[in-house]
Design a protein around this ligand. Sequence first.
Ligand SMILES: [Zn+2]
Length: 225
Amino acid sequence: MYHSVDHFDEDPHLVTVSPARFARQMAWLRAKELRGVGMREYLDAHTAGRARGLVGLTFDDGYADFATRALPVLLRYGFGATVFVVTGRIGTYNAWDDGPRKPLMTADQIRTVADAGIEVASHGRHHVSLPGTDDTELREELEESRAALEELVEGPVTGFAYPYGHATPREVAAVRAAGYDYACDISPDEPQRHALPRTYVGDRDGPLRLRAKVVRHELRHRSRV
Ligand SMILES: [Zn+2]
């Protein structure tokens, strides 16, 4: 689970990985004969029993640096990824966050990354914590964001990521009812296809820590999708 890949001076919420570190992390995956893929590809491979050696790479929030910093590295290695976009903030900045302002991808950038083979999926309309929404707002966050993205990329949008990783059984059921095929959580109490666990990767993660995280993730979650 990544967010932003960029140079930074301060990063209070630890959402940013420097471009050099990110490139080394992707090189590390390649050296371990692991291949980064988007979640849709990962889940399809898992269903077919072919997920061995694949690592799902996700980027939350849809920062502009995904298009300018992360994508060139991913393409260099032939990797895929899923980027979770906040549809009500396209082309603006991370207004929900009290940390440094970061620009978000424009509609053109989102189309460009989709054309490059990156999976574009939903992170809601306004990056609100969904357990605090009423039923109408919850439905709008899920359905309108999906419709907007499908129009933008002119293709199906099947994935969702819960803002802040906040999801109770109510939100999980709503995401399923809204027609999403899967959803990414962070540390769900009950991992399932609509509450997939993810492991945070940060700027401090060199080879030793990455290896520990891969092993820990596999031990905790093997074959629980
Ligand atoms: Zn987010």
